[in-house]
Design a protein. Structure first.
Length: 173
């Protein structure tokens, strides 16, 4: 049995992440999805709480054909012990899927098998681009699963993002 680990900030969860997760699900028996930077929220680059992101993923992955776990993982100051930090919060896993150079480096140094997972149509599906569209009032709903649209509407997430982005630009004055 192979259990895999995949981590992202998912601010918000979009079809690029969704496509990767569906591909991983064809290769392994179980998947742990880590919600990275779980302590962050209400910032222009990290507007959604860990709980809101858990809900986005939980709903979007309802029909994933393998057993999966969605777990928040806070950042820590020490990169050198981050892999142990992750391991203490997750079931055991044998393989990591990531495209993040730091994540790949840290897991490889710990002897964990890492597979590269570039995002699907990166120029189209990007958290940064989706947040920009939300702030500027452009359409963004087609870039994320329907269940994610519902979560963001339920929490009035677009207005939150606009408000925290406005306070960011005030603080730089
Ligand atoms: P991330 O910080 O969520 O994403 C960084 C950038 O890479 C974003 O623009 C993201 O796009 C993009 N990206 C995400 N997945 C990608 C992929 N498969 N292919 C191409 N681009 C991709 O980084 P992450 O790797 O997704 O998540 C790593 C998490 O681990 C972060 O929360 C990080 O803080 C945490 N971490 C913590 C420590 C520590 O605490 N010491 C150490 C290492 C890592 P989108 O915005 O579209 O997703």
């Amino acid at each position: 049995m192979t259990r895999a680990f995949y981590i992202g900030r998912f601010q918000p969860y979009h079809f690029g992440h969704h496509t990767i997760i569906k591909q991983i699900a064809e290769e392994v028996d179980e998947l742990i999805v880590g919600i990275g930077s779980a302590q962050k929220s209400h910032e222009s680059t990290d507007p959604f709480t860990a709980g809101e992101r858990v809900l986005m993923l939980y709903n979007a992955l309802e029909n994933l054909p393998i057993r999966h776990y969605v777990l928040p993982i806070e950042d820590i100051r020490y990169n050198s012990i981050w892999v142990h930090h992750v391991a203490s919060r997750t079931p055991n896993f044998e393989v990591v899927y990531s495209n993040n150079p730091l994540v790949i480096q840290l897991f490889r140094e710990s002897g964990v098998c890492v597979k590269q997972s570039p995002l699907y149509i990166r120029e189209r599906y990007s958290g940064t681009e989706i947040r920009r569209r939300m702030v500027s009032g452009e359409k963004w709903e087609h870039l994320v699963p329907k269940s994610v649209v519902e979560v963001i509407k339920e929490i009035d997430g677009v207005n939150r993002l606009r408000n925290v982005s406005a306070s960011d630009s005030n603080s730089s004055l």
